[in-house]
Design a protein around this ligand. Structure first.
Ligand code: ZN
Length: 286
């Protein structure tokens, strides 16, 4: 069975994410462990961790993923930016470890105008440093990008390259449906194309390492390379595309995390969650 969830707010205390998820019917969740627009991240106190775990137990929701800060770029040619990125990811990963969440999802980064080959090696090197700094079970999860310009990790093959360079069991992958569409990896969302994409990921890094999906429709066309999320069924992927995903046995067992604008422009909402749950109902009936 799929686990349908969403990115929710953890404002006012990390434990608040569970009540926020319950309010929209989300079963699994993603949060920011600290402000996504700042380099520094405060670690939760022992009392905050206790409160988080109590709420997690009470709600029965999960898994919980954290999303990294937007400023991070491990592939930057600027060493200062890279070391800040390593420090930021390590703090957020430490929060994952402290609260017992599943992992930290991050954007792989960009080579900018620099060499792509070098940037890939820098990303792998940075990821190793992050993992070294935070021992434990917390997973470091690469998210596929929308591509374009020097952006890294839009294709299963490039993500696989980094995966093999880092060579650590705690490295995993999150597949964002909108990014895959914008990058032209999943351009039609036909059952055949979905099968072929699962096979590409399987060949590149082992499908079992794709541990979560970001379920987002797309405001921009396939091949646009634009990272623009849309509510489920309102974009170019459409309900048909999501039905095909839900019908695929390799895809549907994963946690599905909405990162959509919401019908009231207030982030993932009950209506988007309900649409996804309905799609699964329909997929099961086929
Ligand atoms: Zn995403």
């Amino acid at each position: 069975m799929a686990i349908i969830g969403a990115h929710v707010s953890a404002a006012g205390g990390l434990h608040n994410c569970f009540a926020n998820a319950e309010a929209i019917g989300a079963e699994c969740l993603q949060i920011f462990g600290a402000s996504p627009r700042q380099w520094t991240a405060n670690l939760p106190s022992a009392a905050a961790v206790k409160q988080f775990k109590a709420e997690e137990k009470r709600s029965g929701l999960g898994p919980v993923f954290l999303h990294a800060a937007y400023l991070v770029n491990l592939g930057s040619s600027l060493s200062e930016l890279r070391s800040k990125s390593v420090a930021s990811l390590a703090s957020h990963l430490k929060i994952v470890e402290l609260i017992g969440a599943r992992g930290l999802i991050f954007h792989i980064g960009s080579a900018g105008k620099g060499s792509r080959r070098e940037a890939i090696e820098l990303v792998a090197h940075g990821m190793k440093s992050v993992l070294d700094r935070v021992p434990g079970k917390a997973q470091l999860i690469m998210e596929n990008g929308a591509g374009g310009g020097g952006k890294l990790g839009a294709t299963p093959e490039e993500i696989g390259e980094i995966f093999r360079l880092v060579k650590n069991k705690r490295v995993k992958v999150c597949l964002d449906t909108q990014h895959a569409f914008a990058a032209g990896v999943l351009a039609s969302y036909s059952p055949e194309e979905i099968r072929a994409t699962v096979k590409r990921f399987d060949d590149a890094l082992g499908w079992e390492n794709v541990v979560a999906l970001h379920a987002n429709d797309s405001q921009s066309r396939s091949g646009s390379f634009h990272d623009r999320h849309e509510n489920i069924g309102e974009g170019y992927i459409g309900l048909g595309g999501f039905r095909n995903l839900a019908a695929d046995p390799d895809i549907n067992g994963r946690p599905w995390i909405l990162e959509v604008p919401g019908f009231a422009n207030d982030g993932p909402d009950a209506r988007n969650v309900a649409i996804l749950k309905k799609i699964f109902g329909q997929a099961a009936a086929v």
